[in-house]
Design a protein around this ligand. Structure first.
Ligand SMILES: C=CC1=C(C)c2cc3[nH]c(cc4nc(cc5[nH]c(cc1n2)c(C)c5CCC(=O)O)C(CCC(=O)O)=C4C)c(C)c3C=C
Ligand SMILES: [Fe+2]
Length: 437
């Protein structure tokens, strides 16, 4: 942590620090009253307050931060998202970048375990210093929080002859901005970035707390370029999850890659050691697309047309060629007058692996509604996120969709970004360490 712990540690007996009605002595008192045996009671452990608040003793899901792969990819998609892209400051050095990644690692490991950040957390520090943790997650459990870090193409750039962070030679050949697709209306202010953080949780406050505190830690070294809140997942990444619905009212995520398909995950999601950049093995590529959805025109569209556009029925999500939700679509099946039951320009036909040389991707997107525009239309859509072994997988499918998809009448891509997601951090090391080895 960048927090000057030395100056904090010499004040352990600061007065009973009151903040938001919770006192430091009160928290420690709780630990002493029967739950100290669980190993809680250390400053910053929110579980203390959560257990006391719920009165149930229930501990919510938490995913380990350290491991072979970063969490937040094949872990079951949570309900809420706060996604943020950052730019490194003009004066930041390679050492600053490494220090930042180390600090982010420590904080992310704490928060995903349901703890506040720093040695003293939100309310146990000295009265005469800003708290290390901002505090809005006090009393909330880990809530399935995952924090996933990525590196954008510009991090590897050479500007005016200078190799910004000495990384130019380490850039994977495929880590370049996505091409312009037909129909794109991208806003540069909500596109790209040197670094990204995807925070997903089952409680929106926990996801927002994570991004807020990581941004705060970055102060002076990196700053927020853009960020996106998402409510309501639009995919399942495990067979144990039910398929959610997007804002057009259709089940979304039915044919997604699921964690229970290890061969597909290996072949289509994780970068392999022979793929090019060795440091990225065990990682992935993250594509983010902010897609505005025309809610009002869609809501004036008749049901049969809505179903024809997607290629599945709206109730169950079954393919229009028949069967139930998980029946494979039969694109060869025709109905009256030899018209294909799933139209040539239906979204699921054009996105299906059989139409794209076997390509699949792991989708992990979220619905968003950011108020309304000046014409009184909902500023709403899908914050599309996909993870793939190569950006080429997204590009191929998106090219097919951008050219022919019936859905294009109702959607516009307004933001875009690509990031290389390094493998998981080993305990004692930091996220992205392989890039600097
Ligand atoms: C380039 C990738 C994709 C973009 C962009 C995209 C946007 C998008 N999708 C929907 C709604 C649905 N998509 C569905 C399936 C589906 N979509 C993609 C890819 C992109 N979608 C794929 C690879 C698939 C799976 C195809 C298959 O193998 O059958 C579905 C059907 C249910 C499902 O399988 O998930 C819906 C519904 C919207 C609304 C949208 C942009 C706003
Ligand atoms: Fe789709």
């Amino acid at each position: 942590m960048t927090t000057p712990t030395e100056s904090l540690s010499d004040q352990p007996d600061a007065p009973d620090t009151k903040s938001g009605g919770i006192s430091r002595r009160g928290l420690l008192g709780l630990a002493g009253a029967g739950i100290a045996g669980l190993g809680v009671g250390i400053a910053g452990d929110r579980t203390v307050a959560a257990l006391a608040a719920s009165g149930t003793g229930a501990v919510s899901t938490s995913y380990p931060f350290f491991g072979e792969h970063q969490s937040g990819i094949v872990t079951p998609a949570q309900d809420r998202l706060h996604f943020a892209a950052f730019d490194m400051s003009g004066s930041a050095t390679r050492d600053d970048l490494i220090e930042l990644l180390k600090d982010w690692t420590v904080a992310a490991a704490a928060m995903t375990a349901g703890k506040d950040i720093g040695d003293f957390g939100a309310v146990s520090g000295p009265y005469d210093a800003p708290p290390e943790d901002t505090g809005e997650a006090l009393g909330l459990p880990a809530s399935g929080l995952t924090i996933t870090f990525g590196f954008g193409p510009t991090l590897f750039q050479t500007t005016e002859g200078a190799d910004r962070f000495g990384l130019a030679a380490r850039r994977p050949a495929e880590l370049v901005n996505l091409p312009h697709f037909p129909g794109d209306r991208l806003n540069p202010a909500t596109s790209d970035g040197d670094l990204c953080i995807q925070a997903c949780a089952d409680d929106p406050q926990v996801a927002v707390h994570a991004i807020r505190n990581l941004s705060r830690i970055a102060f002076g070294r990196a700053s927020l370029r853009w960020s996106q809140l998402g409510f309501g997942r639009t995919s399942s990444t495990s067979t144990s999850q039910t398929t959610p619905r997007n804002l057009f009212g259709f089940k979304d995520g039915t044919a997604n890659i699921k964690a229970e398909e290890p061969t597909a995950v290996n072949d289509q999601v994780w970068v392999q050691s022979g793929d090019g950049a060795g440091w990225l093995a065990g990682g992935s590529y993250l594509v983010a697309r902010r897609i505005r959805m025309g809610i009002e025109p869609w809501d004036r569209t008749i049901l049969s047309e809505q179903e024809a556009v997607i290629g599945r029925n709206k109730g169950e999500g079954a393919p229009l060629s028949g069967g139930t939700e998980f029946t494979e679509p039969d694109f060869a099946l025709s109905g009256r007058e030899n018209i294909p039951l799933i139209a040539e320009n239906a979204h699921v036909r054009l996105a299906h692996p059989t139409q794209n040389a076997g390509i699949r991707m792991l989708r992990r997107g979220y619905n968003f509604v950011d108020g309304n525009d000046e014409l009184g239309r909902l500023n709403a859509g899908l914050f599309f996120i996909s993870f793939q072994r190569s950006p080429h997988q997204f590009t191929e499918v998106q090219l097919n969709l951008a050219r022919h998809d019936a859905l294009n009448e109702y959607i516009t891509h307004v933001g875009s970004a690509l990031f290389a997601v390094p493998p998981g951090a080993t305990r004692g090391s930091y996220v992205g360490a392989t890039l600097f080895a």
